[in-house]
Design a protein around this ligand. Structure first.
Ligand code: ADP
Ligand code: ZN
Length: 749
C-alpha cells in the first residue's frame, strides 16, 4: 500500500490518503477524496511514500481524475516557493490556480471531458489543385496577369513562399503570408486557394513573420539574448512607443521555433486587446489568453489542456497565469512590470506576479524579460547592482518623438485670473488647439486610492509625517491629520505651517466633476468618461475605448485606466488635471507612482501625428517629481527617490510585511492590535510600526487595523517569517482574541 500526501484547495496543510495501486496514481495527478463525513474534493497528489503514517484511520483515494498529470515537478516546486514566501499554503495556491476545484469535486471541473479539449489549430493555405503545378500556375498567370494583376501577384507570393519554406505539399502556414485576410478571402471565394486547419504540434516548432527591427531595437534584442545566456533577468527599459512589443515578438518567435512555450504577463487583459490582436496576427492559433473574467470551467479547461501541451504555446495572461502548468516553458515576459496590479493584496496567496515570474524563470532555467517605460525601483536597483541586465531604448520607434511637457502652475493661474474652475488657461488653450486641428484630448484625473489631504492654496504645502515620509490624511473620526503607517497625528492646521497664511484647503475632486466642467467649457465637444464607474462591464469599457479610437469622442476624461498601454492615433493633448493628489497619496511609493502615471499618460500623446503636448496642472511646479516628468528624466527620479527610500528604510532597501487585523468588536480589535504589536516589538524591536487604523477603517461590518514590519534587505526573511508565524499562531490560540482575524501580507503595497 502507498500513502499519498494530497493538497486540497483549502487553507489547510496536506492530508494523507492511502492509494490502491490499481488506480495508477502518481505524483502531480488529480484525485478525488472524501473529506469530513460528506464532502468530496479534487486534490493533487503532492508526494507518495510506502511508510504508513501513524494515524489511526486513513481514508483511501477514491479515484484518479484525468489521464493528464496536472503538475510537473517544477510547478510543484514553484507552488511551494510561493506558499512559503507569502506565508500561505499550497492549498491556497491551488485554489487560486484552479478555481473550479475550489468547491467539492462534484462540480464543473469534474465534468471536463479530456477528449473534448480544443487542440490548438492554425490555418494552412495552398493554391487550388489545378494551380499547384508549375504549368497550371503559369497558364493562369498568362491568362489573367493583365486583367487581374493583384490576384496573380498574390498567387505568386503563395507559390514562392511554399517553395522557399520547403512546404512539400504546397500548404503554407497562414502566419508566413504577409497578405491581409480580406484578400485571402477573395482568393478563396474565387476557388483559387484552399485552406486547411491543422493541429499545432508544439515540438515541431515553426517560423514566423516578425517585424523588421530598427538598429536600436536590434541591439536591445541582442543584449537580452546575451543576458539570458548568462542566466540573467533582462530589464527592458524603453520609453513609450519605443517598440518593446516588437522585441518581445522576436523573442517569442525564437522560443516557439525551438518548440517551447512562452508566458507573457500583462497587468490587465481588457486594456491589452490591441496587443493580443497584434500577437495573434503573427502567432496564429497559438495564443491563449487567460484572465479572471473567464469562467472557472474555462480556466479549468485551459489548465488541463496546457498540462498536456507539448509546447509552442503563447499564454498572454494576468497575474494568475503564473500558476498555469507550462511543461515546455522557454521564456517569461512581464510587460509593464511596474504595474501595481501584479500584486494580489485581497486574498491569499498575496503574491507579486512580477517577482514570482523571476522565481519561475529560475526554477525552469529559462529567460525572463521585465519590460517598462518606467521600471519599478525594485527592478531598477537590481539592474544597477548588476543582478539584472539593463537594456535601454531611449527613443521612440521611427519618426515618433516624445511629447512636449508643460508644467502649469495652478496657484499662479489663480492669482492672474487665468483659471476657470479646475482648468488653467494653458490647458484650455491646448485642448482648443487640439480640437480645432481635428485631434483629440485625454484628461487624467486620479481618483482611485484617493484620500483626503490638505494643501495650502498659497504655497502648495501639504503636511507630512516626520517619521514615515508620507502625506498625512484627514481622519473623520478623530478630526486630525494622521499618518497611515505609524499613527503620528496632528490637529488639522488652520494656518499653513510653511508660509503661515490661513489659506489651507481640503483637496480632491473626481472625473465626473471634470466631465461636467469641460463640457461647459467646450459645449460642442463630444466628451466621454472612462473610470471604474463607467466601465463596470467589459462591453461598456470596450465601447468607450472603441468610440474614442474611431474619433467619435473628442475628449476622454479618465482615471488611472487611461494611462495604460493604449495606442490612440489622434491624441494631441494630454492634461493631468491635478498632479498634487498623486504626489500626496499617503504611500511611500507616492513619488514613484506619480512619476510612472504621469509618464505613462504622457505617452498617450502624439504617438503618430505631430508632437503631442502634455499639460501638468500643479500647485508645486518646483516639486522634483514634476521636474523629472517635464524633462523625462527617469534616472534622476530614481536617484532622488532611492535616496529617500534608503534614509527611511523603505523598499527596495527593505521588505514590508503588513499584518491586517479584523474584528467586529472595535474595543477588542484595539486591544488585540496592541497586544500583537507588543509581541512583535519583543522580537523585532524598532522594525515594528503601528498599530494604526486601516485606510479602510471598516469593511463589511468589521473594523480593521494594521501593523507594519520593515525587514531590512540583508536580514533573513526566512527567519523573520518564522518569528512572525509564531506570533500569529500564539495569538490565534488565545481564547480572548478568538474573534480577531489576522492576515499577513508579505511585500505589501
Ligand atoms: P511600446 O510597447 O514600447 O510603447 P510599441 O511596441 O507599442 O511600443 O510600438 C509603438 C508603435 O511603433 C507601434 O505602433 C508599433 O507598431 C510601431 N513599431 C515599433 N517598432 C516597429 C518595427 N520594428 N516595425 C514596425 N513598426 C514598429
Ligand atoms: Zn508616520
Amino acid at each position: 500500500m502507498l500513502y499519498a500526501q494530497v493538497v486540497l484547495p483549502l487553507a489547510q496543510p496536506m492530508y494523507t490518503f492511502s492509494v490502491d495501486e490499481e488506480l495508477g496514481v502518481g505524483v502531480g495527478d488529480a484525485v478525488v477524496v472524501q473529506f469530513g463525513s460528506s464532502r468530496f474534493y479534487t486534490g493533487i497528489v503532492w508526494s507518495l511514500s510506502d511508510k504508513r503514517p501513524d494515524y489511526p484511520r486513513i481514508k483511501p483515494i477514491l479515484k484518479r481524475q484525468y489521464t493528464t498529470t496536472l503538475l510537473t515537478a517544477e510547478s510543484q516546486r514553484f507552488w511551494e516557493w510561493i506558499a512559503e514566501y507569502y506565508m500561505s499554503t499550497v492549498g491556497e495556491v491551488m485554489r487560486m490556480a484552479l478555481p473550479s476545484l475550489a468547491k467539492p469535486s462534484a462540480t464543473s471541473f469534474a465534468e471536463i471531458d479530456e477528449h473534448s479539449l480544443d487542440v490548438p489549430k492554425e490555418s494552412y493555405i495552398a493554391l487550388s489543385e489545378e494551380l499547384r503545378s508549375e504549368a497550371g500556375l503559369m497558364e493562369y498567370v498568362a491568362r489573367n496577369s493583365r486583367r487581374a494583376p493583384r490576384r496573380t501577384e498574390l498567387l505568386d507570393i503563395i507559390a514562392a513562399t511554399a517553395l522557399e519554406r520547403g512546404c512539400e505539399d504546397g500548404f503554407v502556414p497562414r502566419r508566413l503570408l504577409n497578405i491581409p485576410s480580406d484578400q485571402l478571402l477573395m482568393l478563396r471565394k474565387r476557388g483559387l486557394i484552399v485552406v486547411q486547419e491543422r493541429e499545432i504540434k508544439g515540438a515541431s516548432g515553426g517560423s514566423f513573420l516578425c517585424p523588421t527591427l530598427s538598429e536600436a531595437q536590434n541591439s536591445a534584442l541582442t543584449a537580452i539574448r546575451e543576458a539570458h545566456k548568462e542566466s540573467k533577468v533582462a530589464l527592458l527599459h524603453g520609453v513609450t512607443g519605443s517598440g518593446k512589443t516588437e522585441i518581445y515578438i522576436h523573442l517569442i518567435a525564437e522560443a516557439m521555433s525551438r518548440g517551447e512555450s512562452v508566458l507573457m504577463l500583462v497587468p490587465e487583459i481588457v486594456i491589452t486587446s490591441q496587443l493580443v490582436e497584434r500577437l495573434e496576427r503573427i502567432f496564429e492559433g497559438r495564443v491563449t489568453t487567460y484572465h479572471s473574467r473567464l469562467t472557472p470551467l474555462r480556466r479549468g479547461r485551459t489548465f488541463l489542456r496546457l498540462a498536456a501541451s507539448t509546447g509552442g504555446e503563447l499564454i498572454v495572461g494576468v497575474r494568475s497565469s503564473i500558476f498555469l502548468p507550462l511543461p515546455r516553458l522557454g521564456l517569461v515576459i512581464v510587460d509593464e512590470e511596474h504595474d501595481a496590479n501584479y500584486k494580489q493584496s485581497d486574498m491569499a496567496p498575496r503574491y507579486n506576479a512580477r517577482d514570482m515570474a523571476v522565481v519561475l524563470g529560475r526554477i525552469y532555467g529559462v529567460g525572463v524579460v521585465l519590460g517598462s517605460a518606467t521600471p519599478s525601483l525594485e527592478s531598477y536597483i537590481n539592474a544597477l547592482s548588476g543582478k539584472y541586465a539593463y537594456v535601454e531604448l531611449k527613443e521612440r520607434w521611427g519618426d515618433g518623438v516624445l511629447p512636449e511637457v508643460v508644467v502649469s502652475d495652478t496657484i499662479r493661474a489663480v492669482k492672474r485670473g487665468e483659471r476657470k474652475t479646475h482648468f488653467n488657461r494653458d490647458l484650455i488653450l491646448d485642448v482648443e488647439r487640439a480640437l480645432r486641428g481635428g485631434d483629440q484630448a485625454i484628461l487624467f484625473q486620479n481618483r482611485r486610492g484617493y484620500a483626503p489631504y490638505i494643501q495650502c492654496r498659497t504655497c502648495g504645502y501639504s503636511p507630512r509625517c516626520p517619521h514615515c515620509n508620507v502625506t498625512l490624511t484627514k481622519h473623520k473620526a478623530t478630526a486630525r491629520m494622521e499618518c497611515h503607517y505609524c499613527g503620528y497625528n496632528i490637529p488639522i492646521p488652520t494656518q499653513c505651517p510653511n508660509c503661515q497664511v490661513q489659506d489651507i484647503a481640503l483637496m480632491g475632486f473626481g472625473t465626473e466633476k471634470a466631465v461636467e466642467e469641460i463640457s461647459r467649457l467646450f459645449p460642442d465637444a463630444r466628451v466621454d468618461r472612462l473610470d471604474g464607474d463607467t466601465s463596470t462591464s467589459e462591453r461598456a469599457f470596450k465601447g468607450i475605448v472603441e468610440r474614442f479610437e474611431a474619433r467619435e469622442t473628442d475628449i476622454l476624461v479618465g482615471t488611472q485606466i487611461v494611462t495604460k498601454g493604449f495606442d490612440f492615433e489622434g491624441v494631441a493633448t494630454v492634461g493631468i488635471l491635478n498632479a498634487d493628489n498623486l504626489l500626496s497619496a499617503p504611500d511611500f511609493r507616492a513619488s514613484e507612482r506619480a512619476f510612472q502615471l504621469m509618464m505613462q499618460v504622457a505617452g498617450r500623446a502624439g504617438r503618430h501625428n505631430d508632437r503631442g503636448r502634455v499639460i501638468i496642472q500643479t500647485a508645486q511646479p518646483k516639486h522634483p517629481v514634476i521636474q523629472y516628468v517635464a524633462s523625462g528624466d527617469y534616472h534622476g527620479m530614481a536617484r532622488t527617490e532611492l535616496a529617500e527610500r534608503k534614509s527611511f528604510g523603505y523598499p527596495p532597501y527593505s521588505h514590508l510585511v503588513r499584518l491586517l487585523l479584523r474584528c467586529e468588536d472595535y474595543e477588542l480589535l484595539r486591544r488585540a492590535s496592541h497586544y500583537v504589536a507588543g509581541l512583535m516589538r519583543q522580537k523585532f524591536g524598532g522594525r515594528v510600526m503601528g498599530p494604526v487604523s486601516s485606510a479602510l477603517e471598516m469593511l463589511r461590518g468589521e473594523h480593521r487595523s494594521e501593523i507594519l514590519l520593515k525587514i531590512e534587505v540583508g536580514a533573513s526573511m526566512q527567519r523573520a517569517r518564522g518569528m512572525l508565524a509564531d506570533v500569529v499562531q500564539q495569538v490565534a490560540q488565545m481564547k480572548e482574541y478568538k474573534s480577531v482575524k489576522i492576515v499577513v501580507d508579505v511585500d505589501s503595497w
